[in-house]
Ligand binder design. Structure first.
Ligand code: CMC
Length: 429
């Protein structure tokens, strides 16, 4: 794997030879692990130039706009598979056979309910709490309920925890929504598909059970697939870091949910709709584009740009198609927010500022319009992202624990005071 070498010349010291590692595809990486023996280490805030781990799960070519899960292009997975097949693929490395799929779906369905006592946790939250605040709490609380699967060194325990998380996230997400609405929480229905069951728990009530539209269930399923994994992003890296200390999987996923919440990451889907509301009308677009370009203004065009993609986000292309299908199914013509989004995209993509910086719409740009059309309130958007991303997080957690790993512990460039003495209170000025 490492036959090439890089040489690091440090003034006044002997040159250091560093192995160059080659992946299956993608750029070579310089292995700097031996640097510590020279008493030095690298400085890379934001991990712009640092691979934090080796992984076989997901590959992104940001320049070409390619996203592969276990080698399969996301566009093909979105078209030819479903979310639970994608989950199986991420967790196990291969797409399931018909028999494996039936077994996996049945196992997931066995775990869709949450412990009855978990319901009482919700009463501790204000009804107007942000759903992500409640999610951080209730997912973390799962570790207090499933003691039988918390031995992270036992592969079977890891497997059960992974399935439990994939199975219970829709139930918890829907419970969060129902709690905010003051409606009774709905139990999962195992005769429905994963996406149908989620929509059932979200929108049905004990007094009215309406059939779930297959088109909307398919759109929901596709949104889940498009968010399932995205290699070492902030939340996945958070899950790996938390897991590297030996924390239990439910605690690690709660950490991932917290990292996802920010508007630069998963919170962007909510922020896009808030921004479209704020822009209000096509006539205001120029003003907001100018704000986005102004270095003295913190405003950014939400749903635009990506750390890795310097080309169109392939998930955004599928998301836009799904958006068109959903609006057609629902008979929504000339949706003002969609019109606004499309015009904004058109203007941004021809503006030199966005062209020079390779800023394209990302996965979050159109997802909010679909979710809103389905009837999901804006504050739930990031919860849906968390639900779908759980399988990616847990796949990375499992991958890390299945091979030798070390606790994640970055170093720092210290620029504070050198050692000094503590003076008595009366002597301090
Ligand atoms: N609007 C205006 N300018 C932008 C934007 C934007 N959305 N994104 C980046 N830039 C500018 C940025 O100001 C910088 O300009 P300059 O070189 O003159 O200083 C340049 O483009 C490079 O950006 P960066 O902030 O250094 O890039 P980054 O890799 O650190 O940040 C990002 C990536 C996604 C956090 C950022 O593009 C952003 O904040 N976008 C809006 C939020 C968003 O849509 N996030 C969802 C990401 S996709 C879903 C997910 O994976 O979570």
């Amino acid at each position: 794997m490492a036959d090439k070498k890089a040489q690091l010349i440090i003034e006044g010291a002997a040159p250091v030879e560093l192995p160059i590692l080659t992946g299956t595809v993608g750029p070579d990486v310089i292995d700097v692990r031996s640097l510590t023996s020279t008493g030095r280490f690298t400085f890379d805030p934001g991990f712009m130039s640092t691979a934090s781990c080796e992984s076989k799960i997901t590959y992104i070519d940001g320049d070409k706009g390619i996203l592969l899960h276990r080698g399969y292009p996301i566009e093909q997975l979105a078209e030819k598979s479903d979310y639970l097949e994608t989950c199986y693929l991420l967790l196990n490395g291969e797409l399931p056979t018909a028999e494996q799929k039936a077994q996996f779906v049945s196992t997931v369905k066995n775990h869709t309910m949450v412990h009855e006592q978990l319901k009482t946790f919700f009463n501790g939250f204000r009804r107007d709490a942000h759903p992500m605040a409640v999610m951080c709490g209730v997912v973390g609380a799962l570790s207090a309920f499933y003691h039988d699967s918390l031995d992270i060194n036992n592969p079977q325990h890891r497997e059960i925890s992974a399935v439990r998380l994939v199975a219970k996230m829709p139930t918890l997400a829907a419970m969060v929504y129902k709690y905010s609405m003051g409606q009774p929480m709905m139990y999962p229905r195992n005769d429905l598909s994963y996406a149908e069951n989620f929509l059932h728990m979200m929108f049905n009530t004990p007094c009215e059970i309406k059939p779930i539209s297959p088109i909307l269930a398919k759109a929901m399923d596709r949104i889940f697939i498009l968010h399932a994994d995205h290699e070492q992003n902030a939340s996945t890296s958070t899950v790996r870091l938390a897991g590297s200390s030996g924390a239990n999987p439910f605690a690690c996923i709660a950490a991932g949910i917290a990292a996802l919440w920010g508007p630069a990451h998963g919170g962007a889907n909510e922020a896009v709709l808030t921004m479209l509301d704020e822009i209000g009308d096509v006539s205001n677009i120029d003003k907001f584009i100018a704000k986005a370009k102004d270095k003295n203004d913190p405003f950014k065009l939400m749903g635009f740009g990506h750390r890795v993609y310097k080309n169109r986000d392939p998930r955004a292309t599928v998301m836009k198609q799904t958006c068109d299908e959903v609006l057609k199914e629902l008979g929504i013509k000339d949706d003002p927010q969609l019109q606004l989004a499309m015009r904004l995209e058109e203007i941004a993509l021809t503006d030199p500022y966005f062209i020079e910086r390779s800023l394209y719409p990302n996965v979050d740009f159109y997802s909010g319009i679909i979710l809103k059309a389905i009837g999901i309130p804006t504050s739930m958007f990031t919860v849906i992202f968390a639900l779908a991303r759980t399988v990616g997080w847990i796949s990375h957690w499992k991958e890390m624990l299945s091979s030798p790993y070390k606790i994640g512990r970055p170093r720092q460039l210290y620029t504070g005071y050198d050692s000094r003495d503590v003076s008595k209170l009366e002597d301090r000025k």
